[in-house]
Ligand binder design. Structure first.
Ligand SMILES: Cc1cc2nc3c(=O)[nH]c(=O)nc-3n(C[C@H](O)[C@H](O)[C@H](O)COP(=O)(O)OP(=O)(O)OC[C@H]3O[C@@H](n4cnc5c(N)ncnc54)[C@H](O)[C@@H]3O)c2cc1C
Length: 371
């Protein structure tokens, strides 16, 4: 391994690999033996995100959906949201493999089974089969995901609310519209999140849910599946090939860099707070960062990056504030109220990436009516 490089990247998940594919000559250190594993993400993104990621996303597209049916888990449609663009499902493992190849083609290197033990301004300490070594570089990118060990200790991120997401494959009874995603709300079972069912073909779906870390997940998941089974949506109340992980719900700090160290992706709370979706926010973030790094020295690039990303950070903060209000009122209760009062209508277009645009005016109307 070269011990002195331009950019050192901690973590070879989506954010680390996307960064390495955009900054030639970077070196990624990933503790797992392969990129893309263990899988955790559902892989739903807007077409806007596909455009931002480019060919790796286009090559890993496996399905396309034109609307999101929001239902009460116990039955009853609340709203059928039509996003402003189709929602696309990506094969997330394949996406990371393609990003890895693209990064290598750009002259970057990916080292797996390489765990970063420590970070200082221009260097990192890595443990691998070659032993423990220090690597120096002019920029360190922290892309360690929801662990946030380094980004938190360096003060680059505020502690987020962590949710546990779990999903797996289920047999359906058929009859579901394969171009619709189903979102189930229930303030008892999911509390601050929701359940989802994504048809993959006429008889199979990816079914999952997330809840707060403190809630016991297995019992709630069992209940969720039994209700879908009783409602004759699922043919069995079991999931196979289950996988999942931590969903980050927080807001980024305006200054998520220090010296020549910057945090990206889940490590910096760049997720859409309502859904935990991180691929769009990371793509915006890394696109902006890489464009500055290609033109300026790291310190100058970070200052210019921070100024350009500021408005998007504000949008994520607004999204978090809205999410907190909805959480407090209850997601099911809020959506029901919005729908019954005619504030949330099926026919209206819905912005999949900017929940502040879609929900802010609606919540304002609701609060106005209630007060
Ligand atoms: C259940 C679930 C469903 C989701 N669904 C969606 C969705 O549909 N759409 C969407 O946009 N987003 C979704 N997300 C969120 C999305 O998966 C994340 O935002 C995204 O994966 C974040 O990428 P990342 O690279 O920042 O972090 P990660 O993908 O977590 O990658 C971090 C990497 O860093 C490595 N690492 C950590 N510490 C070290 C260390 N010290 N040394 C070396 N390596 C290290 C880890 O092994 C890991 O590979 C979902 C998340 C979950 C949990």
């Amino acid at each position: 391994m070269r011990r002195s490089v331009e950019t050192l990247i901690v973590g070879g998940g989506f954010a680390g690999l996307l960064t390495a594919s955009r900054i030639p000559g970077a070196v990624v250190f990933e503790e797992n033996p392969h990129v893309g594993i263990p899988p955790h993400c559902t892989g739903l993104v807007s077409e806007r995100t596909v455009d931002l990621i480019g060919s790796p996303a286009k090559e890993s597209m496996i399905a396309r959906y034109r609307s999101i049916v929001v239902e009460r888990l116990k039955g009853g449609e609340i709203v059928n949201l039509v996003p402003d663009q189709d929602v696309v499902k990506l094969d997330r493992v394949l996406l990371e493999k393609i990003l890895e190849t693209e990064a290598i083609n750009q002259g970057s290197a990916i080292y797996t089974k390489a765990r970063v033990l420590g970070i200082s301004n221009n260097s990192i300490v890595v443990s691998s089969k070659h032993g423990v070594h220090r690597y120096t570089g002019s920029l360190v990118v922290i892309a360690e995901g929801s662990q946030q060990k380094f980004s938190r200790s360096l003060g680059l991120v505020r502690k987020p609310e962590l949710l546990v997401g779990i999903q797996g494959f289920a047999k359906t009874h058929g009859g579901l519209d394969e171009e619709e995603i189903y979102v189930f709300v229930d303030d008892e079972i999911f509390r601050d999140f929701f359940g989802w069912l994504i048809p993959l073909d006429s008889r199979t779906a990816l079914v999952g849910m997330a809840t707060c870390l403190r809630d016991t997940n297995n019992r709630r998941l069992g209940l969720f599946l039994r209700i879908l089974y009783k409602r004759k949506i699922l043919a069995e109340s079991v999931l196979t090939k289950m996988y999942g992980g931590l969903v980050v719900r927080g807001s980024p700090l305006e200054k998520h860099y220090t010296g020549s160290i910057v945090a990206v992706g889940d490590a910096s709370n760049f997720t859409k707070p309502f859904s935990g979706g991180g691929l769009y926010p990371s793509s915006v973030q890394i696109g902006t960062l890489a464009s500055k790094l290609r033109r300026y020295e790291p310190m100058e690039a970070l200052i210019r990056y921070a100024s350009e990303i500021r408005d998007y950070v504000k949008s994520l903060k607004r999204q978090l504030a809205i999410t907190r209000i909805i959480e407090k009122l209850g997601i099911e209760r809020t959506l029901l109220m919005l729908s019954r009062l005619g504030i949330l209508r099926s026919t209206e277009s819905f912005n999949y990436d900017y929940h502040d645009k879609s929900l802010y005016t609606k919540l304002k109307k609701l609060i106005g009516i209630r007060s």
